[in-house]
Design a binder for this molecule. Structure first.
Ligand code: DGI
Ligand code: FE
Ligand code: FE
Ligand code: FE
Length: 187
């Protein structure tokens, strides 16, 4: 399937604003893939599909987590954490994506994890910094993404964890594993 067809297939699964975000993630991911020597095609596909079930019915997402034997602990955390893991299943079953790196990039785009591939980092970062996103501190993250992928990833995951802590929200363990792993590798 060519990428425009893929984009058209997901257009009616989300509101216009989310569709614009999706296109922004795909474009940013292509740019970062080019910069850091990763596969641009894979980056685009992962970008297009990363939020494919963001607006799916909550009960349906829950059933998928159970039937696909995804981490049941997800159900004890905020439902916002469900669309990445279920999205990777949908990408495989409905969009016939077989590439594990693309599937993992979709799966972990919200939390990150330890031992991320470059493609996973590219999708995580692109999700935060794509052109339609706006929050205090985003310019620094955008600048870092142009300079160093690891450093940008550390800053992005740190920003996410800080944001959750400030809101007194629970933090899913993979986000901490991601943060710890990145820092240990820097030593
Ligand atoms: O789907 P997007 O809005 O593009 O972005 P996302 O998938 O990165 O994040 C969706 C939401 O999930 C965002 O509002 C923050 C929230 N979130 C991310 N990590 C955690 C989390 N919420 C909780 N409670 N715990 C987490 O670890
Ligand atoms: Fe998302
Ligand atoms: Fe994100
Ligand atoms: Fe997103």
């Amino acid at each position: 399937m060519n990428h425009n067809d893929l984009l058209e297939k997901i257009r009616d699964r989300m509101p216009t604003k989310r569709f614009e975000h999706t296109k922004g993630v795909a474009t940013t991911a292509i740019h970062l893939a080019e910069k850091y020597g990763e596969d641009k095609d894979k980056a685009e596909i992962a970008g297009i599909l990363h939020d494919v079930v963001k607006f799916a019915d909550r009960e349906w997402l829950k059933q998928n987590i159970l039937s696909e034997q995804l981490d049941p602990m997800l159900l004890t955390f905020h439902h916002e954490l469900w669309h990445g893991p279920v999205g990777s299943i949908v990408a495989k079953k409905e969009f016939f994506i077989e590439d594990e790196d693309i599937l993992q990039s979709i799966r972990f785009h919200t939390t990150g994890r330890a031992d991320m591939s470059n493609l996973e980092k590219i999708i995580y970062i692109s999700d935060m910094i794509e052109p339609s996103r706006s929050f205090p501190g985003i310019e620094v993250l955008r600048e870092k993404a142009e300079i160093d992928l690891e450093d940008a990833m550390i800053s992005c995951v740190t920003h996410s964890i800080k944001f959750l802590i400030e809101k007194k929200q629970p933090v899913y363990p993979d986000s901490f594993h991601c943060y710890n792993d990145l820092l240990k590798r820097k030593e």
